[in-house]
Design a binder for this molecule. Structure first.
Ligand SMILES: Nc1ncnc2c1ncn2[C@@H]1O[C@H](COP(=O)(O)OP(=O)(O)O)[C@@H](O)[C@H]1O
Ligand SMILES: [Mg+2]
Length: 330
């Protein structure tokens, strides 16, 4: 693909937070992350809780500052955009979070909630706002009457549709979905994923789709980026990354994907929690591979040298041992 199809380019992104309180110090949530989203493409960002996914999404949206690196949108550097620039960008770049209810005023009708940004950010006239709100509701499969109701009268899945409609009214090109289906039951999750896939086609949207669940990410993504302790450990076409993972961590994620048997599911979740508790959520600076303490293939070099992200048959992998361990790949 040619250069001009790139919509979002994140380059060498760092995000760190000052820890408040007596202990102080700095949390390096994201380090040296590169990722690109082309027009019409869905890039899935996957990793366990605390791996830095939301920090990347927030830096892209300008909700937290990038402490290093850059974010380019449609060729323009937006890393340190002003409030006014961000307001302009809000037309083109929207977000859907896990808990839309938290960001909806329960006293407002759905119609007011959806029309708010159109009124205040874009200053559109009332009849155009109404038209856009009804079109967005229709796009997400809700009846026009939904505009007169309050968020509390909808189910979780319907509220997530409302959140998607709220993003759509702005007519964006790019949407960040941060754990947008994670709180939903599996059957509702599938419906909302199908809706997002349909909107991608009909509205020509591009997504940065964030989830801790590899199976969910696989469902929607063209490209998958796997994050561990704030760094990219694997990145490539969804079919390769999700079905034939190269990095030992991606393979662990695949093994942790939801299975229909609730007993097996609970056991796997418990194993995952134990493994997560045993390892540092954020890697130490300067050391070897952050995954080494949990990796069944770790050797001396893994503890002393951080593996670079290198291309192996179209998939970028950061692992000293991937040659030896990826023998299952054709
Ligand atoms: N506002 C914040 N202040 C301090 N630390 C934060 C803040 N937000 C996130 N973190 C820390 O940054 C790391 C990455 O968090 P986050 O980006 O939310 O990961 P994820 O979305 O993958 O769960 C975690 O260690 C988290 O505790
Ligand atoms: Mg998160």
């Amino acid at each position: 693909m040619t250069e001009h199809t790139t919509l979002l380019r994140v380059h060498d992104l760092d995000v760190s937070y000052r820890r408040s309180g007596r202990r102080g110090g700095t949390v390096h949530a994201v380090r040296g992350v590169d990722l690109t989203v082309r027009r019409g493409e869905t890039v899935g960002l996957v990793g366990e809780s605390g791996s830095g996914k939301s920090s990347i999404g927030s830096a892209v949206l300008g909700l937290v500052p990038a402490t290093g690196g850059s974010v380019e949108f449609d060729g323009a550097d937006i890393t340190r955009g002003s409030r006014a620039e961000r307001r302009l960008l809000a037309r083109r770049m929207q977000v859907v979070f896990q808990d839309p209810y938290g960001s909806m005023n329960p006293a407002h009708t759905v119609g007011d909630t959806l029309g708010e940004a159109l009124r205040y950010n874009l200053g559109l006239p009332a009849d155009e706002i109404r038209e856009r709100v009804l079109r967005a509701l229709d796009d997400v499969g809700l009846p026009p009457g939904a505009a007169r109701r309050h968020p509390a009268s909808f189910s979780g899945g319907q509220r997530q549709r409302i959140a998607i409609a709220r993003a759509l009214v702005m007519d964006p090109e790019f949407v960040v979905c941060d754990e947008a289906v994670s709180a939903l039951d599996l059957s509702v999750q599938a419906q909302v994923l199908n809706l997002l896939a349909r909107l991608k086609r009909t509205r020509g949207l591009s997504y940065l789709f964030i989830s801790h669940d590899l199976a969910v990410v696989r469902h929607l993504s063209d490209t998958i980026v796997v994050l561990y302790a704030g760094r990219v450990v694997e990145r490539g076409p969804a079919a390769l990354v999700a079905d034939r993972p190269s990095h030992p961590y991606t393979r662990a994620l695949l093994a942790a994907a939801p299975v229909p048997d609730p007993v097996v599911q609970r056991r796997r979740q418990a194993e995952r929690r134990r493994a997560a508790a045993a390892a540092p959520a954020v890697g130490r600076a300067g050391d070897g591979c952050a995954f080494a303490p949990r990796c069944p293939f770790a050797q001396d070099i893994c503890w002393t040298a951080r593996p670079a992200l290198v291309d192996r048959d179209g998939v970028a992998v950061a692992c000293h041992r991937s040659d030896e361990t990826a023998d299952h790949r054709a």
